[in-house]
Design a protein around this ligand. Structure first.
Ligand code: ARG
Length: 455
């Protein structure tokens, strides 16, 4: 008994979204239950009818949870599938549920409810990775390593400082998701198809029932707006970009050439032909999947750019990319969290790299500055000194004092006290890499996680 359900003339395989929007089922049912309650409360339908409708919806929810719901492609989408099933369960009273509602405000409410949960999952994933980064930073709190610019060894830093850099990137992502949530958290129901509804509905009641912070201000905007999806996509794209940068470093660091870390077995794979290989597949996949998420962002922006108000069927195309981004990003965050947590740091290799070559050149210049040489001049003298050392194949440490003094008479035996350790200790500005500052930064990061509450 599917009264009022016209069979579509266009082929279902093309128009249907049920293959993917079935994922919205639980939100669709929650929206319908709240709507039925509101209709009864306002005397638009009887209490008895609302009860029958809600009983039917609850039974349908159970069917779906138990995998027994007969999804039908010819019924197009999740909204029509559930409504048609409600006719089968509850009889003709089902026809009253769609009073004062349209699929346009219905689908908008479903996606917003879905996204509120997805943002929670996203935040949990970010936090998991932040905890792993913090754990590694604390476990290796005094490990030295080279810091890089242009992928050239630049200055010694603490490994913990490097880990905390990623912590802060992720903290900004967290902020962006929370900010996005404020705009997702708005009830569109009651907007009808586009103009509002000619019934005395209680939208505030609906918002409360469904846990929305507020109601939408303009019915046309409410059914046409997908900014909140674009915003989530943009935030996810930035988060994936951060993961990709992290993964790129992990991949480099785990090469024989660097040898800074060893990824645990669960996060590497062997080669089918080369027995010695430990390929960092998980990190490579997270780096690769970043492209998919960028694509989904461009997809939604392009989808929206030419749409006249209000609802257009194009909007059905907002969902697959969104679901894909949520799944891709949340699983990437989990994989990266596990990968960081389980990696081992080769402190000796790191420390050795932090002392090799000419990485202390800046500190030599700063040393001359402490003897009264203007920085630009000191920079030039040390540059010449380094060129000389490179030519004779000597490290800075291997140069004799007379050799040093050939480049500046201000050099004295004190130059031999410049070490990677003294170099990091010297950078004792807020935000710098000195052990004292990093200690403080670690405590602050822990406080941030505590204030945000547990997972
Ligand atoms: N499946 C549609 C979507 O995802 C639901 C809304 C349909 N509304 C309409 N007027 N055809 O956008």
């Amino acid at each position: 008994m599917r009264a009022n359900h016209k069979r579509s003339k266009t082929p279902a395989y093309y128009t249907a979204s049920i293959a993917y929007d079935r994922r919205l089922a639980k939100y669709d049912i929650a929206g319908s239950v709240a709507h039925a309650r509101m209709l009864a409360k306002q005397g638009i339908i009887s209490e008895k009818d609302a009860e029958l409708i809600i009983m039917g919806l609850v039974a349908i929810r159970q069917e779906i949870e138990q995998g027994q719901f007969p999804f039908k492609e010819e019924l197009e989408d999740i909204h029509m599938n559930i409504e048609a099933r409600l006719f089968e369960k509850a009889g003709d009273v089902a026809g009253k549920l769609h009073t004062a509602r349209s699929r346009n405000d219905q689908v908008a409410v479903d996606v917003r409810l879905f996204l509120k949960d997805a943002i929670k999952d996203s935040a949990r994933g970010i936090r998991g990775l932040q905890e792993a980064l913090l754990k590694q930073a604390e476990a290796n709190r005094d490990a030295l390593m080279p810091g890089y610019t242009h992928l050239q060894r630049a200055q010694p830093i603490l490994f913990a400082h490097h880990m905390l850099a990623y912590f802060h990137m992720l903290q900004r992502d967290m902020g962006r998701f929370q900010d996005c949530l404020r705009r997702v958290d708005m009830l569109p129901l009651g907007s009808g198809a586009l103009a509002g509804v000619p019934y005395l509905v209680d939208r505030e009641f609906l918002a409360k029932e469904l846990g929305f912070a507020r109601i939408s201000e303009n019915s046309m905007d409410a059914v046409a707006d997908r900014d909140f999806i674009a915003e989530y996509q943009a935030t996810a794209a930035i988060t994936m970009m951060h993961l990709s940068r992290l993964c790129e470093e992990l991949i480099l660091w785990s090469t024989e050439e660097f040898g800074f870390i060893k990824l645990s077995n669960e996060y590497t794979t062997g080669s089918s032909i080369m027995p010695q290989k430990r390929n960092p597949d998980m990190a490579e996949l997270a780096r690769g999947k970043t492209g998919r998420v960028y694509g989904n962002l461009i997809g939604i922006l392009t989808l929206l750019k030419g749409l006249p108000l209000t609802y257009n069927r194009d909007l059905q195309e907002d969902k697959e990319g969104l679901f894909d981004t949520v799944d891709t990003m949340v699983s990437s965050l989990e994989a990266c969290g596990g990968m960081v947590e389980s990696l081992t740091v080769n402190r000796d290799k790191l420390a050795k790299a932090a002392g090799e070559g000419y990485i202390l050149a800046t500190d030599l210049a700063d040393y001359l500055v402490s003897k009264g040489v203007p920085f630009r001049q000191a920079h030039g003298q040390v540059k010449a000194l380094v060129e000389y050392a490179m030519e004779c194949g000597k490290s800075l440490r291997e140069l004799s004092l007379p050799e040093y003094q050939r480049f500046s008479p201000k050099f004295d035996a004190g130059v031999y006290e410049i070490t990677p350790q003294s170099a990091v200790e010297a950078r004792d500005v807020p935000g710098g890499t000195s052990p004292k500052q990093v200690q403080r930064a670690l405590a602050q990061a822990k406080r941030i996680l505590e204030e945000q509450g547990g997972r």
